[in-house]
Design a protein around this ligand. Structure first.
Ligand SMILES: Cc1ncc(COP(=O)(O)O)c(C=O)c1O
Length: 392
């Protein structure tokens, strides 16, 4: 392997959310942090080199997005996801969550119903409810270890005057890469009922072997014209702190409404370093990404086998994408508070508690495995020791 994902990088004392918020979040610093969804790996050299080069200029004033920036996005989506987009479809955002919130503001009114599919990435909830919109849940069903969409329920909720669906594709924390059939069915229901789709595709480049991500907007022109797709290099290349994301929409009318909100907030220029990083990553980062995916896939298999062998009461929902694994701990018979205490105080690992992801997340924990395998092993061994003393 050309890139070294085994390298341990000390992030202590760098104002890192994952490390420096441990006391606030877990009540102690004595946990291996395996929660916030960034990676323990250095960003690709092509990104670091671009950032250093730009930093050396020493003037960091207001900056335009060059043609090459747009082209890097167009080429990336073509190459990775067979999706042909046009420059006019591209807008921006500091982050995917802020783009979800801006879409909520742009396309719906206070009191409107917006559908999410729990358990799901929880900031969607506040994007909707803090804007005075009404959260409607189409809960996912865990069937034979795999999350499935309850289409009858989705149809009912769409028919009951929903205005928007916030889709998480691929799904966090369920790890599903939705199939073309599933996406088409969702898309067609939304087209028929004039429901705008906000498709959060932030994890779309982290697709594990044997799966293929399909941007929902690439399925048909009709679906494309009711969809705003949100992507970013942040998860893929570990540059979340550079606050740079992309919103894509083929409908002139929807794009204008989104851009009006962006302009009102005066945040369309973006961040110089984020723009440099995005272009470098999408232009030169593919080889690094392929190796990263292999490494993450190995970690997932390793964790899966470790848990199956040593902690049979915990089931791992095997992801098809992302570097996040979802532990089904319901057979431990602990309530969410007890489960949290077990992982924090007894196992001394900092994971995300499932119930924060909404209905259906109770009894689950989310673990981030984007770290050197030696660290992953330490985390898993800590859980095993605690498990043995409690459940064996
Ligand atoms: C599905 C999903 N959307 C959005 C985000 C965060 O995006 P941003 O930091 O760009 O707001 C995450 C981060 O974990 C995520 O998993």
């Amino acid at each position: 392997m050309k890139f070294n994902f085994d390298k341990i990088v000390n992030r202590e004392g760098t104002n890192t959310v994952k490390y420096d918020l441990r006391r606030l979040f877990f009540g102690t610093n004595d946990v291996i942090p395996m929660w916030v969804a960034d990676m323990e790996f250095e960003a690709p050299p092509c990104v670091t080199e671009a950032l250093i080069k730009r930093a050396q200029h020493k003037i960091y004033g207001y900056t335009l997005k060059p043609e090459s920036y747009f082209q890097s996005i167009i080429n990336w989506l073509q190459k990775r996801h067979d999706w042909d987009i046009k420059k006019e479809w591209i807008s921006s955002s500091p982050g995917v969550v802020s783009a979800v919130t801006m879409s909520v503001m742009a396309y719906t009114n206070p009191g409107d119903k917006i559908i999410v599919q729990t358990p799901v990435y929880f900031p969607f909830f506040s994007s909707i409810t803090n804007s005075g919109r009404v959260l409607v849940n189409n809960q996912l069903q865990l069937l034979n270890g795999k999350y499935e969409i309850d289409f009858d329920d989705l149809e009912k909720k769409i028919n009951n005057d929903a205005k928007m669906l916030v889709l998480c594709s691929p799904h966090n924390p369920g790890g599903r890469v939705w199939t073309k059939q599933e996406l088409q069915r969702i898309g067609e229901l939304c087209v028929k009922n004039n429901v705008v789709i906000v498709s959060d595709e932030i994890h779309s480049d982290l697709i594990l072997r044997d799966y293929k991500h399909i941007p929902i907007a690439s399925i048909s022109k009709q679906i494309s014209d009711i969809t705003i797709t949100l992507i970013a290099p942040s998860k893929t290349f570990n540059v979340a702190g550079l606050s740079t994301s992309v919103a894509i929409c083929s409908s002139k009318e929807l794009m204008k409404k989104y851009n009006d909100i962006l302009d009102t907030n005066h945040i369309g220029f973006g961040n110089i370093f984020g723009l440099e990083a995005l272009e470098a990553a999408y232009t030169y980062g593919e080889e690094w990404l392929e190796q990263l995916i292999d490494y993450v896939q190995d970690n997932i298999n390793f964790a899966y086998n470790f848990v199956a062998k040593n902690m049979p009461k915990i089931k791992v929902v095997k992801p098809e994408a992302t570097f996040l694994i979802w532990f089904d701990c319901r057979n431990l018979n602990l309530n969410d508070e007890e489960l949290t205490k077990f992982f924090v105080n007894e196992a001394k690992v900092g994971l995300n508690v499932g119930n924060t992801f909404g209905k259906g997340g109770e009894g689950f924990m989310r673990m981030n495995v984007a770290c050197p395998q030696s660290l992953l092993l330490q985390g898993l061994e800590r859980i095993k020791v605690a498990y043995d003393s409690r459940f064996e």
